[in-house]
Write a protein that binds this ligand. Structure first.
Ligand code: HEC
Length: 139
Protein backbone atom coordinates (compact mmCIF):
# COMPACT_ATOMS: atom_id res chain seq x y z
CA UNK A 1 0.00 0.00 0.00
CA UNK A 2 2.59 2.53 1.08
CA UNK A 3 4.83 1.30 -1.73
CA UNK A 4 2.23 2.29 -4.31
CA UNK A 5 1.98 5.72 -2.70
CA UNK A 6 5.73 6.26 -3.01
CA UNK A 7 5.72 5.11 -6.62
CA UNK A 8 2.89 7.47 -7.48
CA UNK A 9 4.66 10.38 -5.82
CA UNK A 10 7.86 9.53 -7.68
CA UNK A 11 6.03 9.40 -10.97
CA UNK A 12 4.53 12.80 -10.26
CA UNK A 13 7.92 14.28 -9.39
CA UNK A 14 9.48 12.87 -12.53
CA UNK A 15 6.59 14.19 -14.59
CA UNK A 16 6.99 17.69 -13.18
CA UNK A 17 10.78 17.62 -13.67
CA UNK A 18 10.38 16.50 -17.26
CA UNK A 19 7.82 19.15 -18.10
CA UNK A 20 10.08 21.73 -16.42
CA UNK A 21 12.97 20.61 -18.59
CA UNK A 22 10.74 20.68 -21.64
CA UNK A 23 9.67 24.27 -21.07
CA UNK A 24 13.30 25.26 -20.47
CA UNK A 25 14.16 23.71 -23.82
CA UNK A 26 11.26 25.48 -25.50
CA UNK A 27 12.45 28.76 -23.98
CA UNK A 28 16.04 28.25 -25.15
CA UNK A 29 14.71 27.11 -28.52
CA UNK A 30 12.58 30.22 -28.80
CA UNK A 31 15.50 32.48 -27.98
CA UNK A 32 17.85 30.85 -30.46
CA UNK A 33 15.31 30.03 -33.16
CA UNK A 34 15.18 33.46 -34.72
CA UNK A 35 18.83 33.82 -35.75
CA UNK A 36 19.10 30.16 -36.76
CA UNK A 37 20.99 29.41 -39.90
CA UNK A 38 19.23 28.13 -42.96
CA UNK A 39 21.97 25.61 -43.76
CA UNK A 40 25.09 24.11 -42.29
CA UNK A 41 27.72 26.47 -40.91
CA UNK A 42 30.35 25.41 -43.48
CA UNK A 43 28.04 26.46 -46.29
CA UNK A 44 28.49 30.05 -45.10
CA UNK A 45 32.02 30.04 -43.67
CA UNK A 46 33.39 28.22 -46.75
CA UNK A 47 30.92 29.50 -49.32
CA UNK A 48 30.67 28.40 -52.93
CA UNK A 49 31.06 30.94 -55.73
CA UNK A 50 27.29 30.80 -56.17
CA UNK A 51 26.65 31.74 -52.52
CA UNK A 52 29.15 34.61 -52.72
CA UNK A 53 27.55 35.93 -55.91
CA UNK A 54 24.08 35.69 -54.35
CA UNK A 55 25.28 37.45 -51.19
CA UNK A 56 26.89 40.28 -53.11
CA UNK A 57 23.80 40.74 -55.27
CA UNK A 58 21.55 40.88 -52.17
CA UNK A 59 23.90 43.27 -50.34
CA UNK A 60 24.05 45.67 -53.30
CA UNK A 61 20.38 45.39 -54.33
CA UNK A 62 18.69 48.67 -53.33
CA UNK A 63 15.45 46.81 -52.59
CA UNK A 64 17.11 44.07 -50.51
CA UNK A 65 20.12 44.65 -48.22
CA UNK A 66 20.88 48.08 -49.66
CA UNK A 67 24.07 47.97 -47.60
CA UNK A 68 25.74 50.42 -49.98
CA UNK A 69 23.37 53.12 -48.77
CA UNK A 70 25.54 53.32 -45.65
CA UNK A 71 28.71 51.27 -46.27
CA UNK A 72 31.54 51.28 -48.74
CA UNK A 73 31.83 47.65 -49.92
CA UNK A 74 34.10 46.07 -52.50
CA UNK A 75 33.50 47.60 -55.97
CA UNK A 76 30.02 48.90 -55.08
CA UNK A 77 29.24 52.24 -56.70
CA UNK A 78 28.04 55.35 -54.95
CA UNK A 79 28.39 54.13 -51.33
CA UNK A 80 27.18 56.13 -48.35
CA UNK A 81 29.28 56.70 -45.24
CA UNK A 82 26.77 56.47 -42.42
CA UNK A 83 28.39 53.19 -41.38
CA UNK A 84 32.08 52.21 -41.47
CA UNK A 85 33.60 50.82 -44.70
CA UNK A 86 33.22 47.03 -44.66
CA UNK A 87 36.86 46.06 -45.02
CA UNK A 88 39.00 43.53 -43.13
CA UNK A 89 35.73 42.06 -41.94
CA UNK A 90 37.12 38.61 -41.11
CA UNK A 91 39.79 40.25 -38.93
CA UNK A 92 37.22 42.38 -37.13
CA UNK A 93 34.84 39.44 -36.82
CA UNK A 94 36.86 36.22 -36.40
CA UNK A 95 33.59 34.67 -35.21
CA UNK A 96 31.22 34.40 -38.17
CA UNK A 97 28.21 34.15 -35.83
CA UNK A 98 28.95 37.62 -34.45
CA UNK A 99 29.06 39.14 -37.90
CA UNK A 100 25.79 37.45 -38.73
CA UNK A 101 24.28 38.72 -35.47
CA UNK A 102 25.25 42.30 -36.37
CA UNK A 103 23.38 42.00 -39.65
CA UNK A 104 20.46 40.15 -38.07
CA UNK A 105 19.97 42.88 -35.47
CA UNK A 106 22.53 45.68 -35.13
CA UNK A 107 20.65 47.12 -32.17
CA UNK A 108 21.68 44.10 -30.06
CA UNK A 109 25.25 45.49 -30.04
CA UNK A 110 24.47 49.16 -30.52
CA UNK A 111 21.02 49.95 -29.08
CA UNK A 112 20.75 53.24 -31.00
CA UNK A 113 22.04 51.89 -34.30
CA UNK A 114 20.47 53.34 -37.41
CA UNK A 115 21.34 50.12 -39.22
CA UNK A 116 18.07 48.31 -39.93
CA UNK A 117 17.58 45.07 -37.92
CA UNK A 118 17.35 43.01 -41.10
CA UNK A 119 16.51 39.71 -39.39
CA UNK A 120 14.46 40.88 -36.45
CA UNK A 121 12.27 43.06 -38.67
CA UNK A 122 12.12 40.37 -41.37
CA UNK A 123 13.50 42.72 -44.02
CA UNK A 124 15.58 39.77 -45.22
CA UNK A 125 15.10 36.02 -44.76
CA UNK A 126 17.54 33.95 -42.69
CA UNK A 127 18.96 32.49 -45.89
CA UNK A 128 19.46 35.94 -47.43
CA UNK A 129 21.27 37.07 -44.28
CA UNK A 130 23.45 33.96 -44.38
CA UNK A 131 24.41 34.68 -47.99
CA UNK A 132 25.13 38.35 -47.31
CA UNK A 133 27.18 37.51 -44.21
CA UNK A 134 29.14 34.87 -46.15
CA UNK A 135 29.97 37.45 -48.81
CA UNK A 136 30.75 40.29 -46.37
CA UNK A 137 33.06 37.95 -44.42
CA UNK A 138 35.32 37.71 -47.50
CA UNK A 139 35.79 41.49 -47.49
C1 HEC B 1 20.96 53.06 -42.64
C2 HEC B 1 22.38 52.79 -42.66
C3 HEC B 1 22.85 51.35 -42.69
C4 HEC B 1 22.50 50.33 -43.54
C5 HEC B 1 21.45 50.35 -44.65
C6 HEC B 1 23.34 49.22 -43.22
N1 HEC B 1 24.18 49.54 -42.19
FE1 HEC B 1 25.61 48.35 -41.39
N2 HEC B 1 26.09 49.80 -40.04
C7 HEC B 1 25.53 51.06 -39.99
C8 HEC B 1 26.10 51.78 -38.87
C9 HEC B 1 25.75 53.19 -38.46
C10 HEC B 1 27.04 50.92 -38.27
C11 HEC B 1 27.93 51.23 -37.04
C12 HEC B 1 27.66 50.31 -35.88
C13 HEC B 1 26.20 50.21 -35.54
O1 HEC B 1 25.54 51.27 -35.41
O2 HEC B 1 25.68 49.10 -35.42
C14 HEC B 1 27.01 49.69 -39.04
C15 HEC B 1 27.80 48.59 -38.77
C16 HEC B 1 27.88 47.47 -39.56
C17 HEC B 1 28.81 46.41 -39.36
C18 HEC B 1 29.89 46.37 -38.29
C19 HEC B 1 31.10 47.01 -38.89
C20 HEC B 1 32.28 47.06 -37.97
O3 HEC B 1 33.38 47.31 -38.49
O4 HEC B 1 32.11 46.87 -36.78
C21 HEC B 1 28.58 45.47 -40.33
C22 HEC B 1 29.32 44.16 -40.55
C23 HEC B 1 27.49 45.96 -41.12
N3 HEC B 1 27.08 47.19 -40.63
C24 HEC B 1 26.95 45.31 -42.20
C25 HEC B 1 25.88 45.76 -42.93
C26 HEC B 1 25.26 45.00 -44.00
C27 HEC B 1 25.74 43.64 -44.49
C28 HEC B 1 24.22 45.75 -44.47
C29 HEC B 1 23.23 45.39 -45.53
C30 HEC B 1 22.52 44.14 -45.35
C31 HEC B 1 24.20 46.99 -43.69
N4 HEC B 1 25.21 46.95 -42.77
C32 HEC B 1 23.30 48.02 -43.88
C33 HEC B 1 24.57 51.55 -40.85
C34 HEC B 1 23.92 50.82 -41.84
Amino acid sequence: MSHTGVTTRMKKTIGITLSGAASALILVGGLTAAPARAGSMAEWTHPSAAVLAAGKKLAFNRKKGNCLACHQIDDGTDPGNVGPPLVHVKKRYPDFAKLRAQIWDATANHPNSVMPPFGRNRILTNKEIDEIAAYIWTQ
